[in-house]
Design a protein around this ligand. Structure first.
Ligand SMILES: *Cc1c(COP(=O)(O)O)cnc(C)c1O
Length: 363
């Protein structure tokens, strides 16, 4: 069925947050605890396709207790940021990649795809409506597009009704320690994703499956969990919500290949492109936990970093696991980690010229 052109209806918030209150929320920093005034919603139903595109006041959903998402977790999401540049330009970083990945996730979860232009229009409409919520300085406005099965139906099959929504949250640093190196916990007990499973889809279920391991990481005083493959518990996959890179003493950059069990990060892809332009040798190959320990021990491993939209580029300084722990080089942020982080944030914040068409100006 061809999609009818969508007309967005704008219903401004009748009583938006007063400026002083908004500023207090922006000053508080943190991640994902404050929300802007508006949201975008678009409905999908079988026979009608996408309809009822609205930018309106952020408010709770009225959900039937039988809504399929509450029972079978048919849900996907995206995460991207809006930045306020030095000249007050408001930009997004590679939002087309999020639109594309959203649809790849949708296909895997037997959900309808959303035309990329509609995804972008929804995100941009929200950013424009709530642009006063974009912090200056190092902060940004985290955007969370998501879609869930909203049909009231307890049979097991793809839903006949979905709700797409975008909300926004002003954010500061992802980790409490700011840009300090993080300590990671390698889970040898739990896995995140299996071959043929949903590891490459950005779906809530993957996160639900990661929470016990993440809780163990916190108990061990670590910031994040690293997952190994599910078959052999040997190969490094990724963190709960970030991809991982290893820098060797001969300059090579090693990272897990996209084999269907890890999330194809846009930060990962962007860093690989930047590294390649610098002539850095890249190896997308399986890297085992045994190799990781041996390379850290011998001094061959110089740097480890994790990356994703929320935390950008975070150095890994220490690694803990059930039988011990080890440090990466001197435990500090290494030079390539620093260089890639500076370059990427420079591009995102308009301090570096965008020669690749990655930055999209919204206002
Ligand atoms: C979102 C996500 C990432 C990072 O993807 P980016 O596009 O770089 O933000 C990595 N791993 C998982 C499991 C994720 O959900």
């Amino acid at each position: 069925m061809p999609q009818q052109p969508l007309q967005f209806t704008h219903i401004p918030h009748p009583t938006p947050t007063p400026a002083a209150e908004r500023q207090a929320l922006l000053d508080r920093g943190g991640f994902g605890t404050a929300f802007t005034d508006h949201m975008v919603t678009i409905e999908w139903s079988e026979g009608q396709g996408w309809h009822k595109a609205e930018l309106r006041k952020r408010e709770p959903f009225l959900l039937d207790p039988a809504a399929a998402v509450l029972h079978y977790a048919q849900e996907i999401f995206e995460g991207l940021k809006a930045y306020r540049g030095a000249d007050d330009a408001i930009t997004l970083f590679r939002p087309d990649q999020n639109a594309q990945r959203f649809n790849e996730s949708a296909v895997r979860m037997a959900m309808p795809t959303l035309p990329e232009a509609v995804f972008l229009e929804a995100v941009e409409a929200l950013v424009k409506a709530d642009k006063d919520w974009i912090p200056a300085g190092n902060g940004s406005l985290y955007l969370r597009p998501f879609m869930f099965a909203s049909e009231a139906f307890l049979g097991v099959r793809p839903s006949h009704h979905y709700t797409f929504c975008v909300i926004a949250s002003p954010v500061g640093d992802y980790f409490k320690g700011g840009a300090k190196p993080v300590t990671v916990w390698v889970s040898q007990e739990y896995s995140r994703a299996a071959k043929g499973g949903t590891g490459a889809a950005k779906c809530g279920g993957n996160y639900a499956a990661s929470l016990v391991a993440q809780a163990q990481a916190y108990e061990q005083g670590c910031d994040q969990v690293v997952f190994l493959d599910c078959a052999e518990h040997q190969w490094v996959e990724e963190l709960g919500g970030m991809n991982i890179f290893f820098v060797m003493d001969d300059g090579r950059l090693v990272t897990t290949p996209l084999s269907g069990t890890i999330l194809p990060g846009i930060t990962r892809k962007s860093l690989l492109a930047l590294a390649e332009e610098k002539g850095i040798v890249i190896e997308e190959r399986p890297y085992s936990f045994a190799e990781w320990q041996a390379d850290a021990q011998s001094g061959k491993l110089k740097e480890v970093f994790a990356c994703g939209t929320a935390a950008v580029v975070a150095a890994v300084g220490r690694v803990k696991f059930a039988d011990g722990e080890f440090q990466i080089a001197d435990g500090e942020t290494g030079p390539l980690t620093l260089r890639l982080r500076e370059e990427l944030t420079g591009l995102q914040r308009g301090k570096q010229a965008d020669t690749r068409g990655w930055v999209r100006r919204v206002a």
